[in-house]
Design a protein around this ligand. Structure first.
Ligand code: MSP
Length: 656
């Protein structure tokens, strides 16, 4: 029988970027981690399960600016959405780390200091081809056939800046040696081979700071630099387990047992991260597992294809457990897998409503009908009973062994094979016939006991995958043991259902879905969304210049629609609670206007008064941070290098 030594178990998901809404693919990653964490709790391990958000970087800074809010305000809102999603999906994380939290900033800066003091961080100059949306530098030969970013296929720019570098090259041989000596460190094995080949091509030092944007953790000794991307992100794994302030706790959970990540970020976790840890003289994580990607109806999810599946919409429609079940059953962990609504509905109908739902329903109904709902003690056993018990023991053993190996899909299939087996046992033993014969009373009691006991085991075995359903089954069985205290050991022996106790009322677990009706409803919803979108586009087109040309050129008539005028600044003051916005009152010759402009970081309010600036005067009024702006002041440059256009002409002069 499977024996397990209870131990601390530290499992992490990646921390997610708040640059876009999370889709079903992100939910897949977290659901896998959650079911593994739940299994380890069941084994009695002292589990620490971490997820979080990776909030810094240029992309976020730009998005926040476009939304007219501070980056932290922008990420607060999106991260609240992440947390809501994880709650709705029954994710049992023990902590949620945000890279913007003080506790994390302290860790990142301290790590920088320590590695710098050791001589493994140095200042240099970085020149490279940079893709802003992906926050990645690429080498020339990595670009796509159009010379664009190989990931998002947008143009890259050559960027050169002073930067700090982490001396990763120094650790190249040691990492390679480690990977070769620890066959389980990178899984699946295909990823391991990829990583070995990658290292063998040679590791460059890693650029770990930027001066081209501000939204990041400042380099402690040189705050015009911010620490960027992986050096900030990966270190999140050390923060919540007491790296700086609780050595006993840190020792308990570090090294992590499992970093679960998507296949495209295995490299960062199995090469860069080990190098950073080696520089800190810390042990390396026990395992990095790179799972495959979820694709939708055979295609990679992307905003432009319009096939991004919103997990909240799905949860509203079907509930969290069926989605979790589908994701974990349909996809083999290391491979890409397909999501399709139709396949989800089919699984709900066949596996959940039919197989599992019916087993519970029939068993409880028969117990109520034939034994007044009371469980009677079994005595003796026939061939069918013995075979069911053997199959139950096999299923539990398989469950324990395979979950330990992260064989989630295989395990679910085995549990469902046992559910089918139990349904077949009902047909074999025909309890309704036994109930008609008073001489078969004990035989009937045995059959019902075996079914209820099977359901007890099933409830526990499905709990890592479908925690809410497992608890609902437990409640309907009305078992006296607190569901949350149940351990693997409790199902490793047969007979945990006490005799003499009364079962609960059967409630349908999963109503069958009428595929046709459901699809009609769904299509109607899609059609309504499409119509609304088309209307929006039509309205936007109407408002747009009629002669817009393909190549971005505009006609003279279009240009002529923009009314530009010289405006004299009469008053200037900062808009409260923003860094960038300034409220100005200007004289346009024949009227005064209020306008809000993003120039507060470049000018002191008083320095603007009396200046004659150029302004677009027929821009539709807008509210920025609650302040009405009637026009736009023109400026050249951006960020720190920005200057408003001034002219030596009187207020009200037309500009053309
Ligand atoms: N912030 C980094 C990770 C830093 S970890 C120190 C990041 N964030 S992410 O939001 O872009 O992606 C988070 C995870 O979601 C990754 O593991 C990624 O593989 C996973 N997925 C994103 N799309 C996915 C699918 N379509 N399918 C499965 N997982 C996918 O990378």
């Amino acid at each position: 029988m499977y024996q397990h030594e209870k131990k601390p178990f530290y499992i992490t998901t990646p921390i997610y970027y708040p640059s876009a809404k999370l889709h079903i693919g992100h939910a897949y990653c977290t659901t896998i981690a959650d079911s593994i964490a739940r299994f380890h709790r069941l084994e009695g391990d002292d589990v620490f399960f971490l997820t979080g958000s990776d909030e810094h970087g240029l992309k976020i800074e730009q998005k926040a600016e476009a939304a007219g809010v501070k980056p932290i305000e922008y990420t607060n809102k999106i991260v609240a959405g992440f947390q809501n999603l994880w709650k709705r999906l029954s994710i049992s994380n023990d902590d949620f780390i945000r890279t913007t939290q003080e506790r994390h900033i302290r860790v990142v800066q301290e790590i920088f200091r320590r590695i710098y003091a050791k001589g493994d961080i140095y200042k240099g100059k970085y020149t490279g081809l940079y893709c802003t949306p992906c926050e990645s530098y690429w080498t020339e030969h990595q670009l796509d056939e159009n010379g664009c970013c190989p990931d998002c296929h947008r143009p890259v720019q050559e960027v050169s800046e002073e930067a700090y570098f982490f001396r990763m090259s120094r650790y190249q041989d040691r990492v390679l040696q480690y990977i070769e000596d620890h066959p389980d460190f990178i899984q699946p094995v295909s990823r391991r081979n990829e990583m070995i080949n990658f290292i063998k091509q040679g590791l460059d030092d890693l650029c770990i700071s930027r001066t081209s944007f501000d939204w990041g953790i400042p380099v402690p000794t040189d705050p015009k630099h911010v620490i960027y991307v992986w050096f900030d992100a990966l270190t999140n794994y050390l923060t919540p387990i007491g790296y700086l302030d609780d050595p006993a706790r840190f020792k308990k959970y570090w090294p992590a047992d499992l970093h679960l990540v998507g296949k495209e970020i295995v490299r960062f976790h199995s090469i860069i991260w080990p190098c950073i840890l080696m520089a800190l003289d810390l042990p390396l994580p026990k395992k990095v597992y790179g799972h495959g990607w979820l694709i939708v109806d055979g295609d990679k999810m992307s905003k432009s294809k319009g096939n991004v599946v919103d997990p909240i919409g799905l949860i509203d429609e079907f509930g969290a457990d069926p989605i979790r079940y589908f994701l974990l059953r349909e996809i083999n962990l290391g491979q890409d897998g397909n999501f399709s609504r139709d396949a989800l509905i089919q699984r709900i109908n066949s596996d959940l409503a039919n197989d599992l739902g019916n087993l519970l329903h029939r068993t409880l109904n028969m117990t109520l009908k034939f034994q007044d709902g009371v469980v009677e003690a079994p005595q003796g056993e026939g061939a069918a009973d013995a075979s069911l018990k053997q199959d139950a023991a096999d299923a539990v053993e398989f469950f324990a062994q395979n979950m330990e190996q992260m064989e989630l899909s295989k395990t679910i299939k085995k549990v469902w094979a046992f559910i089918s087996r139990a349904n077949k046992y009902i047909d074999e033993t025909a309890p309704w016939a036994l109930a008609k014969d008073p001489a078969k009373k004990q035989e009937l009691a045995n059959v019902l006991y075996n079914l209820l006991e099977s359901l007890r085991l099933i409830a526990v075995m499905i709990s890592p995958f479908m925690p809410t359903t497992a608890e609902r089954i437990w409640k309907q069985l009305n078992l006296p043991q607190d569901f949350h205290s149940v351990q693997l050991e409790d199902i490793q022996t047969w007979g945990g259902t006490p005799a003499g106790h009364r079962v609960g009322t059967p409630v349908q677990l999963f109503p069958r879905i009428d595929i046709e009706a459901e699809n009609k409803k769904y299509e109607a919803k899609l059609a309504a969304e499409k119509k609304a979108k088309a209307q929006q586009e039509k309205a936007a087109k109407k408002a747009a210049p009629e002669h817009a040309a393909k190549d971005g050129q505009i006609s003279f008539e279009d240009f002529n629609k923009i009314q530009l005028r010289v405006a004299k600044v009469l008053q200037a003051e900062l808009v409260p609670k923003t860094d960038k916005l300034m409220k100005l009152v200007v004289d346009l010759g024949d009227e005064q206007r209020q306008v809000v402009s993003g120039i507060a970081q470049n000018y002191k309010p008083e320095s603007l008064i009396g200046k004659n600036v150029v302004m677009v005067i027929n821009l539709k009024p807008a509210k920025l941070r609650g302040v009405v702006s009637q026009g736009m002041i023109l400026a050249a440059g951006k960020d720190k290098d920005l200057e408003v256009l001034t002219v030596d002409m009187p207020a009200g002069t037309e500009v053309h």
